[in-house]
Design a protein around this ligand. Structure first.
Ligand code: HEM
Length: 314
């Protein structure tokens, strides 16, 4: 079954239609959802490219899931190269590889989010079923909104995220470039040590993050080894590097943390931030947050424009 872009838009009528084509996957920008699911799948050995293309094509109608579920699908470098038109392959697409950090690259990643936990389960089940001829589920994480968009540490997460208009510029590859309308995503699961973090007094916790806990104000001056001290960084032109974050808390009382998710039109920005967090830049400073939380997974996915997906005609 093939879908026209107009049909995909009809599925997602709430997303702005006036933005320059090609059209990004709308679920990247759908905000305010309470429940999240991240599925990562590995291709089954020996599967041919045509079968892979048709399985991915079968996901497109789930953009119209009746439960109001937002669906975003991304691909590891190798899988995307197998099904993409050459002009839809962005420069710099590569598996996750940052020295010393866990790399758990998979081939397909599907992010589902919405406000109906039951509908979300149904959609996730359906996604895995539709991909089952070509890929098997390797990892699944269920995330949730915690209080007023806080990380489990109690600090508000997302405050300095770009607003919707700016987010398009930050996250989406510009028209005319390879992979236009698509976005690079980093999916990285962090495990928190809340007992250790909670043993610090609030002022000390605030100096780890670089913002106040209750009122969410930036510390002035920003401590050099605070999270903000490491991730607020300028590029060669003196412009602040921006990424668009959609992280959510996950887990239970036993194991828990942040499913970090960031979109960018340039994968170098996230890499630089991670290198600065883990003391891999010339100043040798590390982010104190890494004393209290550890990334146990890490994968780069390319999230193509809707019109670049197999079976969607423009
Ligand atoms: C355990 C993992 C993490 C936690 C708990 C966390 C938490 C936070 C919090 C509480 C803020 C301040 C509020 C806000 O502006 O959103 C923040 C800001 C930010 N974080 Fe993280 N973060 C984590 C990992 C990361 C990683 C891996 C990156 C990048 C690779 C990153 C990049 C950023 C950026 C760019 C900002 C905004 C800085 C600004 O412009 O003020 N974070 N994070």
């Amino acid at each position: 079954m093939a879908f026209s872009l107009a049909e995909v838009w009809a599925f997602h009528g709430q997303i702005r239609k006036d933005h320059a084509m090609p059209t990004p996957q709308p679920g990247i920008f759908a905000q305010g959802t309470l429940h999240h699911r991240h599925l990562e799948l590995d291709l089954i050995q020996g599967v041919d490219d045509a079968a892979l293309g048709s399985a991915v094509e079968s996901l497109v109608e789930l953009f119209a899931h009746p439960g109001g579920v937002n669906l975003v699908v991304g691909f590891g470098a190798e899988a995307w190269r197998r099904i993409a038109d050459p002009e839809d392959i962005p420069d710099g697409l590569a598996p996750f590889d940052v020295a010393g950090l866990a790399s758990t690259q998979h081939d397909i990643w599907v992010w589902l989010h919405g406000n109906d936990a039951g509908g979300l389960f149904d959609a996730a089940y359906e996604v895995v079923h539709r991909l089952s001829p070509v890929a098997s589920l390797a990892s699944e994480t269920a995330g949730f909104a915690y209080h007023d968009s806080r990380d489990l540490s109690g600090f508000v997460d997302g405050t300095e995220n770009p607003g919707l208009d700016e987010a398009f510029e930050v996250a989406i590859i510009a028209d005319g470039e390879p992979g236009a309308g698509g976005s690079f995503a980093l999916a990285q699961r962090w495990v928190h040590d809340l007992a250790a973090f909670g043993s610090l007094d609030v002022a000390e916790q605030e100096s780890v993050i670089g913002r106040t806990k209750l009122t969410d104000e930036e510390l002035d001056p920003r401590p050099a080894t605070s999270h903000l001290g490491r991730v607020v960084v300028e590029d060669e032109e003196g412009e602040e590097m921006e990424i668009y974050r959609r992280s959510v808390p996950y887990g239970g009382v036993g194991e828990h943390g942040l499913f970090f998710l960031a979109f960018s039109s340039d994968p170098q920005r996230v890499r630089v931030m991670l290198e600065r967090m883990f003391g891999q830049t010339d100043d040798g400073l590390a982010d104190r947050l890494t004393e209290f939380s550890t990334p146990v997974s890490g994968a780069n996915y390319f999230v193509p424009a809707v019109g670049s997906l197999p079976g969607v005609t423009s």
